[in-house]
Design a binder for this molecule. Sequence first.
Ligand code: TXA
Ligand code: MG
Length: 328
Amino acid sequence: MTKPIHCDILKPTEFNLRCCADYLRRGEVLGVPTETVYGLAGNALCDTTVRKIFAVKGRPFIDPLIVHFSSIDEAAVHVDFSDCARALAKQFWPGALTLVLPKKSSIPDIVTAGLPSVAIRIPGHRIFRSLLDQVDFPLAAPSANPFGYVSPTRAMHVKATLGERIPAVLDDGPCKYGVESTIIDLRNPNMPAILRPGPISASALGIKINVDSDNATDKDSQLAPGMLTQHYSPKAKITLFPHSSGAGVVMPGSAIVYNKKPPKKALQAHTYWLSENGDLEEIAHNLFMVIQKLDQAGYTQLLIERTQETDIGIAVNDRLGRSATQSE
Ligand code: TXA
Ligand code: MG
């Protein structure tokens, strides 16, 4: 990359939103808050800007980007909606659901890694929506972390890792969900498949999911190129232990992370928790923040409890599994 630039953390005032919209019109890429994680946003229809997104993240061009629209009508200019896709869009957008649909030629091939399909969503976050309303193009936005690292749920996470490469991050505090959107493959509307579990669970979707291609892995690289089994990896080695069990022997340099606050008598040094009482939404909300905090505190190993395999807990276990793979 070229020489470091100064990155401003901007509060989402009307003035700052107008400045950010100007940056985007000029082809810049910015950190933006969403209801899932912070995104690295830029003009999805501009080849040069999309290349900049890949460069800033250090992401390989084989891993396609999600495109964010302000309305279904705007999206319909660029993708083919089946009846099933339209029904899901009407029910869950704006929100944490991404649909993979056949693309039209107006979406540059670089966005989709040359695939004939594109992943799209209409975000629910007020600030992101306001930006989309101010510009007349959709925004490509992967999570705003260096490729392979933990996703950011705070503006300071973005500044700490990508701050020398982007001019600004809009700061609207912690992200509501804390894990990325649910991705559904709808290229064949008769066989919807979950490519990535997220805040909207399979049961909430209310459609029959094709389980054969559920949880795509590296071997399905054409199907979900970015769902690598190794991902979300901090510097510290992550080791998982079963839900509702103990962490076993704790070595020096290790931190233990439980789902909920342990009783006082069981509290030892280097013990942390993701929620007060085991609430799944709270666990998801805090997951990436706690991993980043402990990683930066210099722990060399994080022993993390798996969570309940229901609702958003499925997404939490998915991310934990991927973050642990590299170190096992
Ligand atoms: O919540 C989210 O989805 C966040 C916020 C910023 O919107 N974005 C996000 O983007 O998580 P990213 O790029 O970090 O993850 C997108 C995933 C990748 O695994 C990518 O491979 C997959 O979506 N993907 C994108 N386009 C695809 C396509 N055409 N077909 C299959 N998978 C696709
Ligand atoms: Mg990501």
